[in-house]
Design a protein around this ligand. Structure first.
Ligand SMILES: Cc1cc2nc3c(=O)[nH]c(=O)nc-3n(C[C@H](O)[C@H](O)[C@H](O)COP(=O)(O)O)c2cc1C
Length: 86
């Protein structure tokens, strides 16, 4: 069972932040970093913990971030989750 750090990024900054978060969680964490597009094809039920990071452009997130959260609301509510926005 893997835990996920999911990123939505335009220029790669959010992905770098995800990598730093993973490095600081603990040395034996089970987190895998994947893009939001990759996350669309993952069975989130198999994860225990999910971190979602997304950048902001012109005052908005990528609309795919909101769609992802709405689509997976029930699953996300049943997991340990953390969201961050940058
Ligand atoms: C064209 C453009 C628009 C941006 N608009 C916002 C904004 O509205 N609010 C904000 O806080 N940051 C804004 N930023 C800053 C980005 O969110 C920030 O640089 C972020 O780290 C980019 O992450 P990313 O490379 O993962 O997309 C903007 C940056 C760019 C280049």
């Amino acid at each position: 069972m893997e835990d996920l750090i999911i990123y939505s990024s335009t220029d790669g900054q959010t992905k770098k932040i995800c990598e730093t978060i993973k490095a600081h969680i603990s040395s034996n964490n089970n987190f895998k970093i994947i893009s939001l597009n990759e996350a669309l094809n993952v069975n989130l039920e198999k994860c225990k913990k999910i971190i979602l990071g997304a950048s902001i452009r012109y005052g908005r997130h990528n609309k795919n971030v909101l769609n992802f959260v709405i689509k997976n609301k029930n699953i996300l509510n049943s997991k340990k989750t953390a969201f961050f926005f940058c």
